[in-house]
Design a protein around this ligand. Structure first.
Ligand code: DGP
Length: 114
């Protein structure tokens, strides 16, 4: 989608700190990290919110979650712990409307989230 900031990051027209890439996923460092490790995992195809997922996307979402776990493990957080978050719509904190899974690790996390 032409005016989507994460599509531009996937295409490389906006620079980002790459963590992982394949045909279906791109993972990169969050520009305003909220933890020592803060990575965003996005599909390379534009999907605006979780509400726009179809049954066809179940494998894709599974890949996003498994990739978050793999990145956490690569950074040494598999046993210590990490948090994964999808924000959906503005009230929940979604500010970029291209779905992304936050992976946060490296500090104690409170609950409930703010
Ligand atoms: P959310 O609020 O859940 O929609 O998360 C959007 C995240 O995207 C937020 O943590 C900041 C991050 N972000 C926004 N713009 C950019 C950017 O241009 N580059 C990078 N690396 N991250 C961005």
């Amino acid at each position: 989608m032409s005016d989507c900031i994460f599509c531009k990051i996937v295409e490389g027209t906006i620079p980002s700190a790459e963590v992982y890439r394949d045909e279906r996923l791109y993972a990169f460092k969050d520009i305003t990290p909220q933890a020592p490790l803060h990575v965003l995992i996005v599909p390379t195809r534009h999907i605006a919110t979780l509400n726009d997922l179809s049954a066809h996307d179940e494998g894709l979402v599974g890949e996003m979650v498994r990739r978050a776990a793999a990145i956490a493990r690569e950074h040494g957080y598999a046993e210590r712990g990490y948090r994964t978050v999808f924000n959906c719509q503005s009230e929940a904190g979604q500010s970029v409307f291209h779905i992304h899974l936050h992976l946060l690790a490296g500090r104690p996390m409170g609950w409930p989230p703010g």
